[in-house]
Design a protein around this ligand. Sequence first.
Ligand code: G4P
Length: 528
Amino acid sequence: MTFLEEVQRRRTFAIISHPDAGKTTLTEKLLLYGGAIHLAGSVKSRKTAKHAVSDWMEIEKQRGISVTSSVLQFDYDCCRVNILDTPGHQDFSEDTYRTLMAADSAVMLIDVAKGVEAQTKKLFAVSKERGIPIFTFVNKIDHFGRSPFDLMEEIENVLGIRTCPMNWPIGINGEYKGVYDREHETIELFAKDETHGQEKLASEKGALTDPRMKELLGDDVYQALLDDIELLDVAGDPFDFDKVRAGELTPMFFGSAMTNFGVKPFLEKFLELAPSPAPRQAVEEMVQPTSEDFSALVFKIQANMDPNHHDRIVFMRICSGKFEKGMSVLHRQSNKTIRLSQPQQFLATERTIVEDAYPGDIIGVFDAGTMGVGDTLCAQKHKVTFGDFPVFPPEFFARVSPKDTMKRKQFQKGMTQLAQEGAVQIFEQPGALDSFVVGAVGMLQFEVLEYRLKNEYGVDLLNNTLPYSVARWIDGEVDIASLKGVDNAMIVKDNRDRTVVLISNEWQMGWVQERNPDVTFLTTPKLH
Ligand code: G4P
């Protein structure tokens, strides 16, 4: 296969959803259909959503990298599929957001009974911001749920994206028999699930006009399907690939990950429509995936998997060029040459050493502490730098300091390293010695911080929650003393010495903005 063919056959995506919508189950079923596992049930045990934080930590330790494995890879037809995985815990962390920086598309998973939920909204917003195509899979249709038309309306109203169902459930809500493929005008009826979803589901296909299909469905169900099709054709948005690519229209699918109903039709159509690796903007130029010169973006760091060795695995997404084991590349931020000697790839159940990899693939390498999240690696002879990695607006804040002031040094070291890894965002309040203000996008991050500082650096933390939920970066040079209406706010500096205002809520922020009309308050720091 040529380099170009290797690039074009890659499909790298992330599944975005609210906890319990069925992400773990769907991931597993995609692996089942991709032949990466033979009986469903093996990935499920990785699920950690219902465990407390400490259990989660124990699981991480016992299983090493596999719990937070970064990618699941398999081949389907001609495609090489990379599913970017995010830890399945209930709470939310920046890791979940960052994964989207490495994806070329997203699959938004929605529970048919619950519709669009809180975390779906947040993750949708980040995906939309990135401008990647978003596909929708309505899950759990083996259960009674909301009507498909109702869900289309909700997605359009709440998320502001138009929908275009690619297929449509046939039958009675809660007892659907199959799906209708709108493009090919075919019906696919699924057999009853007899294996609790462990094996692929048998199905029978036929044209909409096939009398056998009509007979199998019965007159009423058949007529209801015809009515739905007509309504969709008249009232729905037509399929428009350009709009999908621009993130303005989401192709919609229906199914049940648990019973395997509709999983294969979804996978096949998704792989047909989903984009291969996209070009990526660097400071110097637009980097084409088909460029032969290597470049990669660090999007995640997993440190101290084994606290005794302080090991650190850096995950990067290859953006251009072919990766070969042992190759030397330039680490742009430190200007050091790094040999990628022990590259790891994380498959469904184990990690293996990779010999080569292509744009769209994710590899993990050991690193002693040189690289940070958002860094670039590139070919010596062709230097590129992927701009600043976005900072996600934190919504929870706390002031942390060491319980034992003798542990100051370890505290500083631990906090700096964990911030570099991107586990939390740290801010300094001028004049406040030996303490940091910590910002997070989910509460779990504080618990993880506390646990890790104790276990990895031997520091017990004093953790005081702060009453803020909004952070705003001040654009440009502004005399802080001249700011009005900030008595209840806290003014801090981020790790790049940019001034940030922490304030209790959006309403207060609006009030501050009104009183300082000449100051620009940014929700995230400016990228340069
Ligand atoms: P998550 O990773 O998004 O958090 O969700 P996960 O796949 O773990 O699924 C959450 C629950 O929803 C699980 O039930 C799972 O079996 C169920 N589920 C997933 N897909 C479907 C589906 O298509 N139909 C139905 N009816 N249920 C589905 P659980 O009871 O919490 O766990 P378990 O006892 O089944 O393991």
